[in-house]
Design a protein around this ligand. Structure first.
Ligand code: PMP
Ligand code: GLN
Length: 387
């Protein structure tokens, strides 16, 4: 929900979480887990604090975390950013995105992003004086479909002023995980038109049904032109720690750091120790994490369908997009503004993720909540909408 000027307005997440509080509603809007991450990670941060790691970290992050990020990327994707000059730790993925956009985008430049797109992209591009050019994902045909990228539409959006492609997979809010052929089309276009790419992969470990997450930077020709953005918030259920990172070739990361020094400079020393520990988790942690979320995904999809929502089953992320048209709504915002009072539940309208902010029937529910909270949310929806 960003205004036309260079000053962003209140985000949809702040708005909806405030409504949740006011109505004592089950908050399935803003995407944060109710539960904290693993105890040993919390303990590692607490120990760091007790041991006196309470002053500024280096601008790029503590070496232990930079090495852990590199080791994690090598293990999962065969990528090896240099821990000294190919990694910078940031105040969440939000700062990494903003720093990268401010670093690469000059006034008058165009930035292409998949639409719907995460709300901070538009805000950061606007702050840089650039223009966000949305490329819509294809709307699914019926309940079975997913939002998919049309490579021809993407290619047609590139102009001489295009500086940057902003990609997000797994994708918030739709839950789409870009397939390899879609990623290859993006890579071919970026190479042909000599574009920089910023790829937001904060849900890298949240892909369901045996799908794989393929980092764009791992495709041929992409490493040198790509900044990859990650976050510990989702993977380790510590969104309030705000530890994210940008990785890539030294030349691009140097430019991100140049901007970052004027944003936060550095943040979260003890949390960085905690996340260094977290990234060393064995494969079993990630397997259990996916399995736990897949179970909740299935619960929400089935529950929402049973109530009468048209549900587009997510391939990844902890969000499920539905259409509220079956309840007579063409405007998801109106639905979401009424929902706390009507049902005691909060959701987020997908139109907040569109440049034109026009009324649309899609509404996003977050399922990063304990099963009993999801069941209570579903019960309230059933009673309020069909009772
Ligand atoms: N990108 C996407 C797609 C997100 O969904 C979010 C937050 N959920 C962020 C970036 C921001 O991440 P962080 O909380 O680490 O700043
Ligand atoms: N990324 C979270 C979401 O999509 C919200 C983060 C925030 O509140 N800025 O729900």
């Amino acid at each position: 929900m960003n205004g036309p000027g260079r000053r962003p307005q209140t985000t949809i997440f702040t708005l909806m979480s405030a409504l949740a509080q006011r109505h004592g509603a089950v908050n399935l809007g803003q995407g944060f887990p109710d539960e904290s991450g693993p105890a040993h990670i919390i303990e590692a941060a607490a120990t760091a604090m007790r041991e006196g790691h309470n002053q500024y970290p280096p601008l790029a992050g503590i070496p232990e975390l930079r090495h852990a990020i590199t080791t994690h990327q090598r293990h999962w994707y065969g990528l090896a950013p240099d821990p000294d000059d190919g990694v910078t730790v940031t105040a969440g993925a939000t700062e990494a995105l903003t720093a990268a956009i401010l670093a690469f985008v000059d006034p008058g430049d165009e930035v292409i992003a998949l639409e719907p797109s995460y709300d901070s992209y538009k805000a950061a591009v606007t702050m840089a004086g650039g223009t966000l050019v949305p490329v819509r994902l294809d709307t699914p045909e019926g309940a079975e479909g997913h939002w998919r990228l049309d490579p021809a539409r993407l290619a047609a959006a590139v102009t001489d002023r295009t500086k940057l492609l902003l990609v997000n997979s797994p994708h918030n809010p739709t839950g789409t995980v870009l397939h390899r052929d879609e990623l290859e089309a993006i890579a071919a276009l970026a190479t042909r038109r000599d574009l920089l790419v910023v790829t937001d992969e904060v849900y890298e470990h949240l892909v369901f049904d045996g799908r794989e997450h393929v980092p764009l930077a791992s495709l041929p020709g992409m490493w040198d032109r790509t900044v990859t953005i990650g976050s510990a918030g989702k993977t380790f259920s510590v969104t309030g720690w705000k530890i994210g990172w940008a990785t890539g070739p030294a030349g691009l990361i140097a430019r991100v750091k140049d901007v970052k020094q004027w944003l936060s400079f550095a943040s979260g020393t003890p949390f960085q120790y905690g996340i260094a520990e977290a990234l060393a988790s064995g494969d079993g942690y990630y397997r259990d994490y996916i399995a736990g979320y897949q179970e909740r995904r299935d619960l929400m999809v089935a529950g929402l369908e049973a109530i009468g929502f048209e549900v587009h089953e997510p391939e990844g992320t902890y969000f499920v997009t539905t259409s509220v048209a079956p309840f007579g709504y063409g405007d998801g915002m109106a639905f979401c503004l009424e929902l706390p009072e009507r049902c005691g539940v909060v959701a987020v309208p997908n139109q907040a993720f569109y440049l034109d902010q026009e009324a649309r029937p899609e509404v996003r529910f977050a399922f990063c909540k304990p099963v009993d909270v999801l069941e209570e949310g579903l019960k309230r929806l059933r009673e309020g909408l069909t009772g």
